[in-house]
Ligand binder design. Structure first.
Ligand code: NDP
Length: 246
């Protein structure tokens, strides 16, 4: 499988979970992958794994997506290394579920910074050159929580609705530009995402809840599907929910 040979793909939030799995799948398809997140030791481990497994080039960039300059450096560094940015996966995100009454205002700010501003910085840094080269693909990772609001997901959902609005607007604006846009909305996936929740009421609520989450790989396959379609096929929205086991 080498459909993405000679293309470069930036993946934010590549240090764990869904981003890590996406990096594997895009490398398997032949893309040179650029891994971005804050934990560079995790990126180094993943880089070694990918280099050993696939015949592609890998670069790592320690990146905080809430810092515009970091995301600009990520994109400029990728261009220096590989010439173009062909795929940009806006995957980094945080889900600090809390009830509004518990007033976790700093966590609301963090979600806005990472989930919305981080995605905007990704678009800011990568879109102009994609428009210029009349090709490219931006993947925005939203969520089922960007389609529905659950108890305690109010602010998280607000950020993921925003991501979906960005994807929808880009799809309209870019439909004649050669740049494709895919919004991916996963349901529950087994990753580190819930480890950072601090609201005691939410932790209590989930304590006895039985879930049958998806694997990160299940989402990465959807991304690989979207980016390996012919140029004229624009897969705009993919929702992937787990089935409940009997
Ligand atoms: P993980 O917690 O496993 O991964 C989140 C990733 O985001 C990590 O690599 C983390 O890297 C990165 N990240 C967080 N903050 C920043 C930051 N400021 N700058 C750069 N990177 C950052 O969770 P998932 O893999 O599950 O999440 C990936 C995406 O999928 C998120 O956008 C999430 O909202 C979405 N999603 C997940 C679902 C799930 O059930 N798991 C369901 C629906 C959507 P580091 O800490 O090293 O910076």
């Amino acid at each position: 499988m080498t459909q993405l040979k000679n293309q470069s793909a930036i993946i934010t939030g590549a240090s764990s979970g869904i981003g890590r799995a996406i990096a594997h799948h895009l490398a398997e398809e032949g893309a040179n992958v650029v891994l971005a997140a804050r934990r560079s030791e995790k990126l180094k481990e993943l880089s070694d794994e990918i280099t050993e497994k696939y015949d592609v080039n890998v670069k790592i960039f320690e990146t905080d997506v809430t810092k515009k300059e970091d995301v600009e450096k990520l994109v400029n560094g990728t261009k220096e290394e590989f010439g173009t940015v062909d795929i940009f996966v806006n995957n980094a995100g945080v889900m600090l579920l809390s009830f509004l009454k518990n007033d976790h205002v700093e966590e609301w700010e963090q979600m806005v910074d990472v989930n919305i501003k981080g995605v905007l910085y990704g678009i800011h840094a990568s879109l102009p050159s994609m428009i210029e080269q009349e090709s490219g693909h931006i993947i925005n990772v939203s969520s089922v929580a960007g389609h529905e609001v659950f108890p305690s997901s109010t602010v998280y959902s607000a950020t993921k609705y925003a991501v979906r609005a960005l994807s929808m607007g880009m799809e309209k604006e870019l439909s004649r530009s050669g740049v494709r846009v895919t919004n991916i909305s996963p349901g529950a996936v087994d990753t580190e995402l819930t480890d950072h929740i601090t609201d005691g009421d939410v932790i209590e609520m989930f304590k006895d809840r039985k879930m049958d989450p998806l694997e990160a790989d299940d989402i990465a396959r959807a991304v690989a599907y979207a980016v390996t379609q012919p140029d004229y096929v624009n897969v705009n929205e993919v929702i992937v929910r787990p089935m409940h086991k009997k």
